[in-house]
Write a protein that binds this ligand. Structure first.
Ligand code: MLT
Length: 240
């Protein structure tokens, strides 16, 4: 397995796609997707364009769908919900088809949608993702963060580090595909017992705190409370 970490979709190499991509947007898109599917949502379809989301979801009855839209951390007015995992309880999402568009996370999903295997990873399910990867051993693996508008994010990198730390042994450099793998593991080893404080330090964490969303940060910082591994089953559509 050759593992590479990329901090954003923009930093991935052109004309290249891995066998397997784990898309990470800890605050909050992939945490929300994992939560919704674990709580019984039928599927989640990701869109980078909100108008496309509205047009496609219009084809379903309002009882069978839910539209989630976020820009700048805030709910998009024309949608039912924003991007808080805390809104995705089973009484709200069970048996619904979800349509989601967020500032960064859904663009990362789109960047790797032609990979053979696309997984949604977060701190809440990274152990299950590691188990899947150990069992299936893809030859090339990208741990792809979402960042913020093209820039680095601590929370996605620490999650990539959590996953990579269980797949890499520094006595065997063969699986290390780029320097970002080593730095992501170092970040994780430094903060593994204090993820919530790291999230509160991060620039997007600060943005969410200004919107009074500390409870979202607390939820997103919990390790392995979910054992589901959402995977892409059709382009842009994730299920468990
Ligand atoms: C994103 O895609 O940038 C995020 O998930 C933003 C958020 O809703 O916190």
């Amino acid at each position: 397995m050759k593992i590479s970490v990329y901090h954003t979709p923009e930093s991935t190499p052109d004309n290249c796609i891995p066998e397997c991509a784990v898309v990470i947007d800890v605050l909050r898109a992939t945490t929300t997707i994992v939560t919704a599917l674990n709580n019984g949502a039928k599927s989640v379809k990701a869109f980078s364009d909100i108008d496309l989301l509205l047009a496609e979801s219009d084809l379903l009855s309002s009882e069978s769908r839910l539209r989630l839209g976020e820009r700048g951390g805030k709910k998009v007015e024309s949608c039912d919900l924003g991007n808080s995992p805390l809104d995705c309880s089973s009484d709200i999402v069970k048996d619904k088809q979800l349509f989601i568009s967020t500032t960064n996370g859904t663009r990362s999903l789109q960047r790797v949608e032609s990979a053979k295997t696309v997984i949604a990873g977060a701190i809440i399910n990274y152990g299950a993702v590691v188990n899947y990867l150990k069992e299936h051993k893809p030859t090339t693996l990208w741990l792809l963060g979402s960042g913020w508008e093209g820039g680095y994010s601590l929370e996605d990198t620490v999650c990539a580090g959590a996953i990579a730390s269980e797949l890499v042994d520094f006595n065997d450099i063969d699986p290390i595909g780029n320097d970002e793998v080593v730095s992501a593991i170092a970040l994780y080893l430094q903060w593994q017992d204090n993820l919530l404080d790291l999230f509160r330090l991060s620039s997007h964490g600060q943005r969410l705190l200004k919107l009074n969303l500390d409870d979202d940060l607390k939820y997103c910082a919990q390790k392995n409370i979910v054992s589901s591994v959402p995977m892409q089953t059709q382009k842009g559509i994730l299920t468990i």
